[in-house]
Design a binder for this molecule. Structure first.
Ligand code: GTP
Ligand code: MG
Length: 190
């Protein structure tokens, strides 16, 4: 179920266990908001969190979780695709990627699909504390550069850690910036 008001929505998605709930809680300063779990694949619904009464943070289920049945995975993917392609209020998708250096096929396919579908998105590299910021930055850059084999322009990206609160201001500033330009556009069209 999605809310009926027209507030802008910013969705977060990534492979199971990528640290999505941790990131959401870190962004909202709220430990128990999104359940972090040691058993991956917990989020099965589209969860909306209202922030500052201005915008919705949307928690999407993780893609590519092997332990789910095929049928359930397909149903989830349909639900995710339906939301991303049809939701008018959706402003930006944040795709979460874990710290591993090699690009995973499933992440790449998802990012390519967003590009082809012309959905605005950014990449967020999570759990930077596990690597240290310098290596996390190097890995992130390599991951992004690998997109250049088919992409002409790269989407924006952020490096975060829920543990250390790294990247919190950057992500929230980015959202705030879009929010302000949306409000301005609205006022001009009135
Ligand atoms: P599902 O909802 O189950 O798909 O997973 P998720 O992507 O929401 O991952 P979640 O935030 O629950 O984190 C998975 C595991 O990684 C948990 O054990 C977290 O404690 C850990 N974790 C999350 N964020 C960080 C982080 O920034 N740094 C470190 N070191 N661990 C993290
Ligand atoms: Mg989660």
């Amino acid at each position: 179920m999605c809310p009926k008001d027209n507030k802008p929505e910013y969705a977060f998605i990534g492979r199971s266990n990528v640290g999505k709930s941790g990131l959401i809680n870190m962004l909202c300063n709220h430990k128990g908001l999104a359940k972090t779990s040691s058993t991956p694949g917990k989020t099965l619904l589209i969860n909306h969190f209202i922030i500052n009464n201005e915008w919705y943070l949307v928690d999407l289920p993780g893609y590519g979780f092997a332990k789910r049945s095929k049928r359930m995975q397909q149903q989830l993917e349909q639900m995710i695709a339906g939301y991303i392609l049809q939701r008018k209020q959706l402003v930006n998708v944040f795709v979460l990627i874990d710290k591993r250096l090699e690009q995973q096929k499933i992440d790449r396919e998802f990012v390519d699909w967003l590009g082809k579908s012309q959905v605005p998105f950014c990449i967020i590299f999570t759990k930077a504390d596990k690597l240290g910021v310098i290596r996390a930055k190097e890995n992130a850059k390599k991951w992004m550069d690998a997109l250049l084999d088919t992409w002409e322009e790269l989407p924006p990206y952020f490096i975060t850690s829920a543990e250390k609160k790294t990247g919190r201001d950057e992500v929230l500033d980015y959202i705030d910036h879009i929010d302000k330009s949306l409000t301005k556009e609205e006022e001009e069209n009135r």
